[in-house]
Ligand binder design. Structure first.
Ligand code: AGP
Length: 613
């Protein structure tokens, strides 16, 4: 997820662009850049300074003259190509007279880049985006106006995009286009604007319009023309905005956590995007591990903390079931003190949304020193962990502002299940057809998660009924156990309530002594191979006076009959069910936090990234 902004018809466009980037930093901040159509050429400045990129850009960007006309700017959250000046947007075509910024993912960028190189283009970056500006260059060279050139290119590109393009040959015009990624446009007096999101423009105008998929907009000073891909002119859809700036940055939600829970379908879909290499097999992002090396692996160690550790626990089931490889899952802060037995045939997988958690980073170094091969699963391209691993599998959840992991947890589950399928594919324990079958099931997950999120009012009702409860047990079996742990962690870190996650079969070995009237037991009871045993465990606690909440498959009234409250979820295959079953638990923790008067974005005592041991 990145942020783009553009403006034309302004006395000084640069300050408007920089202020807009500042208001879009919650969408990404590893690098930033600006380009202006200025005096017959394109003037461009880019910086890559992590979270200070926009501030640094504001400090260094000094256009040659005040005469600049149209301008575009970008703040980046890297998905393809590490954070660097070369990969920062805007990107220029070969002539240096066309500049482009992009938010989204060009799925067929590899084949497009190869064809462009064959036709003599020189690509300067490792990004998927750059192919777009060279394709537009070719259409302009054929004599098309900029807006027609963009329309023509959209027909050949697959993937999600919100783009803005300027040309030195038409210095007052900006052409924008949208497909699956948000883009709004605005007008004021003799000016026109575009941006990824409302906050960037609230300081300029409230006369805003939303572009719909495959619409192309031509912005000139005080004028806006919107075309369909076929070239028909359409009325732009007006956007009524009553939000404050802060509320707008949260997408109108009360907090970032609510927004990020609802971004989960996209986080899953974007993490699944573009995963097939040129030979049609599953591919890493920055791969230096060959299929032969993966085939030689005889053990997998997955190392992580917190929610990432729970994702690792789910991955254990998937890797052992699909790839028939033994998997050890370790809490990073314990890993290196157990004197682990590792060698060159061990695959160590570090899971960390930030890629900077010191416990996990140090554990991965320990694994490398023991000769293991390293893979990083991270939400931050070129994070410390990704840089130190031999291969990276990036989650594409976009920046997660809320301290509690939600969309990055689901994205990690997807990335780890992709890794399990990769291992199964190279080891031949699953056929190509079986791998394709599982990929199809994973592609259904965004719809299932969206449906689970849609039922948030049911969760609110249960939260209200439990508002006075103080003791919570979360039970699960098989893949339901890590989901139970994640649900308990969310409740602890957000509502500050005592919550323990347990494998349901373990209760009778002691913890059941704690069950008494007033205790709440939340059971992840969607159907897996241990469902019947789980139901027996639920009856054990219910008979001792616990208040029981079950997460149950739609229509499973047999399970529902055991509980005081039911949170229904769409059915999914057991190995995929954690992606769906965790959603009501996230919502339950969120709502109880709110009922107890806590700010879910800033839970006490916690930091988003833990860079201390
Ligand atoms: C989860 O909600 C917490 N924010 C925390 O447990 C987190 O998962 C843990 O600190 C690991 O962070 P990482 O994924 O960035 O390594």
């Amino acid at each position: 997820m990145c942020g783009i902004i553009g403006g034309t018809g302004l006395d000084e466009v640069l300050p408007v662009l920089v202020e807009g980037l500042r208001r879009l930093e919650y969408r990404g901040y590893d690098s930033a850049g600006v380009a202006l159509a200025d005096g017959g050429s394109i003037w461009r400045v880019r910086v890559a300074n992590g979270t200070n990129s926009v501030a640094e850009l504001a400090g260094v960007a000094r256009p040659p003259s005040k005469g600049s006309r149209a301008g575009i700017a970008h703040t980046r959250w890297a998905t393809h190509g590490r954070p660097s000046v070369e990969n920062a947007h805007p990107h220029l075509d070969c002539t240096g007279r066309i500049a482009l910024v992009h938010n989204g993912i060009v799925e067929n960028h590899l084949s497009l880049a190869e064809a462009l190189t064959d036709r003599g283009h020189v690509l300067q970056s490792a990004t998927d985006t750059e192919v777009l500006v060279h394709l537009i260059e070719e259409e302009v060279a054929r004599g098309l106006a900029l807006v027609e050139a963009v329309r023509s290119v959209l027909a050949t590109v697959r993937g999600s995009l919100a783009i803005a393009v300027i040309s030195a040959d038409d210095p007052e015009t900006i052409v924008a286009a949208r497909r699956a990624t948000p883009l709004i446009v605005g007008l004021r007096d003799h000016a026109a604007f575009l941006a990824s999101d409302i906050p960037a423009l609230l300081g300029q105008t409230r006369q805003l319009y939303v572009l719909d998929d495959d619409e192309v907009a031509e912005l000139r000073p005080g004028a806006l023309r919107v075309l369909t891909l076929a070239g028909a002119e359409v009325e732009p859809r007006a956007l009524e905005v009553a939000w404050s700036l802060e509320s707008a940055q949260k997408g109108g939600f009360d907090d970032f956590m609510s927004k990020e829970i609802r971004e989960q379908p996209d986080a899953v879909a974007n993490t699944l995007l573009d995963r097939l290499g040129p030979d049609g097999s599953l591919a890493f992002d920055d791969a230096e591990l060959s299929a032969e090396e993966l085939r030689s692996v005889d053990k997998v160690c997955i190392i992580a903390c917190g929610s990432s550790h729970h994702a690792a626990m789910v991955a254990k089931y998937a890797v052992e079931h699909w790839a028939r490889l033994p998997v050890e899952v370790d809490i990073a802060s314990e890993f290196r003190y157990r004197d682990p037995v590792l060698d060159a045939r061990t695959l160590a997988v570090g899971v960390s949304q930030s890629g900077e958690t010191l416990d996990t980073l140090v554990a991965m170094r320990e694994a490398r020193n023991s000769g293991a091969r390293l893979i990083a699963v991270s939400n931050v391209v070129d994070s410390s962990m990704a840089r130190e691993a031999q291969a990276a599998l990036y989650t594409h959840a976009g920046p997660e502002v809320g301290v509690a992991a939600t969309k990055t947890f689901l994205a990690q589950l997807v990335a780890l299940e992709l890794l399990a399928l990769m291992l199964a594919e190279v080891r031949g324990t699953l056929s190509h057809a079986e791998v394709s079958g599982w990929l199809s099931k994973l592609h259904e997950v965004p719809g299932l998660v969206r449906e689970a999120i849609r039922r948030s009012e049911d969760v609110d009702a249960v939260a209200k009924a439990l508002a006075d409860a103080r003791d919570f047990f979360y039970l699960g079996r098989h893949v339901g156990f890590p989901v139970a742990l994640e649900g308990a962690l969310k409740l602890k870190e957000l509502a500050y309530l005592r919550a323990e996650g347990y494998p349901a079969g373990e209760l009778k070995h002691g913890p059941i002594a704690l069950i008494e009237p007033g205790a709440v037991v939340v059971a992840v009871a969607t159907r897996n191979r241990l469902w019947e045993k789980l139901c027996s465990n639920v009856q054990e606690v219910a008979s001792r006076g616990a208040t029981v909440v079950v997460i149950a498959d739609d229509g499973d009234h047999e399970t529902a009959a055991l509980a005081d409250h039911v949170l229904w979820v769409p059915h999914a295959d057991p190995l995929i069910s954690p992606l769906v079953d965790v959603v009501p638990l996230q919502l339950l923790a969120y709502r109880l936090a709110r009922l107890h008067g806590h700010d879910p974005d800033r839970p006490r005592n916690l930091a988003k990234v833990v860079t201390v041991e």
